[in-house]
Design a protein around this ligand. Structure first.
Ligand code: NAD
Length: 358
């Protein structure tokens, strides 16, 4: 190990923490996972033993003071994220935090303020942006090869049982911060918005149709983009045959992505205009680069690249704020029954402080 290695600590050693460990193993030439923290002493010990992590803590402040990590990965329940992010930034670390990054635009402002004060950066995990297919499509869109985006469909139709919501932090506004919009559809929506460009207006409905929870188990919305494109979005945890499906119609092509939690190159389908011989174009679009699944490891590679260049990492600050604003606007529209335009929710608006406006 040399001084060049980036010292990493992880906070939260539950279900998703394994994906963060796998990411650090994938980047083992550049990062070293030195410490793990969890308020559950038995869990953090077992986790560290299983993954050969040298140091364990049950107190975040003690870990930050003792280890002084350069990067903190946060994998705790959503309601804890903002405080842990600010605490880590103030201790001198950069942060990669699980989705949803924070509870509101007010918390996003708090994070951006802490970034400015400390000179450190905080990114949200949105691993779908970093698979080979997503990177390829982003480049095709930016090169103009597919024509401009016109119409889109973005469906997260997943299934979560009543037992899934028995975990104490799930299903409640205070701790999960929202329902299937915040917790499940967030991946596909972020990906869709990242590809289509700046959103302008959203009109939404939501409901709690079947699960015994405070938050929504289904939401739907229509979105209009600054470039004129229009999309429809469905988020559900009530759908027995599970699927994540995006259909993106550009002026010159249709692009479809069908998978569940992590796409691969085989998950993509490109189609050209009807009635013309576009087979050569389609073959070129469909020729994806070497397989990189949409994983935490794929995102960490880009994150560490940015760290080594001393640059703001992807999915931080202005690269993630539009998504937090979109979530707040979707909820505001669903709860008030009114369309919501980008820029409308400012300090003083009840939906600036909480996704449910409470
Ligand atoms: N990116 C993805 O694909 C993906 C998938 C699943 C979950 N997640 C997100 O990951 C986060 C964690 O989800 P999970 O399913 O792993 O939850 P989990 O309940 O399995 O694990 C959370 C862990 O955090 C610990 N914890 C709670 N508060 C803490 C604190 N203040 N300090 C230290 N440790 C604390 C708990 O004891 C627990 O061990 C959530 O935000 C969730 O939305 C992301």
């Amino acid at each position: 190990m040399t001084d060049q290695w980036i010292k990493v600590a992880i906070i939260g050693t539950g279900g998703i923490a394994r994906s963060h460990v796998a990411a650090t193993q994938h980047e083992q030439d550049r990062v070293h996972l030195a410490a793990a923290v969890d308020i559950d002493a038995d869990r953090v010990k077992a986790f560290a033993d299983a993954h050969a992590i040298p140091h364990t803590y049950t107190d975040v402040a003690e870990m930050l003071a003792t280890e002084t990590p350069r990067l903190v990965m946060i994998a705790t329940p959503p309601g804890t994220h903002c405080d842990l992010i600010v605490q880590s930034l103030e201790a001198g670390a950069w942060v990669l935090c699980e989705k949803p990054l924070c509870a509101s635009l007010a918390e996003m402002d708090r994070i951006e303020d802490a970034e400015r004060r400390t000179g450190n950066y905080c990114s949200s995990v949105f691993q779908w942006r970093f698979g080979s297919g997503g990177q390829h499509l982003k480049q095709l869109i930016e090169s103009g090869a597919l024509g401009r985006p016109l119409v889109g469909t973005c469906n997260t139709t997943w299934y979560r049982t009543h037992e899934y919501y028995a975990v104490p932090w799930r299903g409640k506004w205070a701790t999960e911060l929202g329902g299937c919009t915040m917790g499940h559809g967030i991946h596909a929506m972020d990906f869709f918005l990242w590809l289509y460009g700046q959103w302008e207006e959203v009109r939404a409905m939501m409901g709690t149709l079947d699960r015994n929870i405070e938050v929504e188990d289904v939401s739907m919305c229509m979105v209009r983009f600054a470039n004129g494109a229009m999309g429809n979005i469905t988020n559900s945890v009530l759908s027995p045959r599970e699927e994540s499906y995006l259909r993106m119609d550009f002026a010159g092509a249709t692009v479809e992505l069908t998978h569940l939690y992590s796409y691969r190159n085989e998950s993509w389908r490109f189609s050209g205009l009807p009635g013309t011989d576009v087979s050569a174009d389609v073959a070129q679009w469909q020729a994806l680069p070497a397989e990189i699944p949409s994983s935490h490891a794929a995102q960490l590679t880009h994150y560490v690249d940015a760290m080594q260049r001393g640059e703001r990492p992807p999915v931080s600050g202005p690269d993630v704020r539009p998504m937090i604003e979109f979530l707040a606007s979707l909820y505001k529209s669903a709860i008030t029954g009114q369309p919501v335009r980008r820029g409308e929710i400012v300090a003083g608006d009840p939906f600036y402080r909480a996704m449910n406006g409470a």
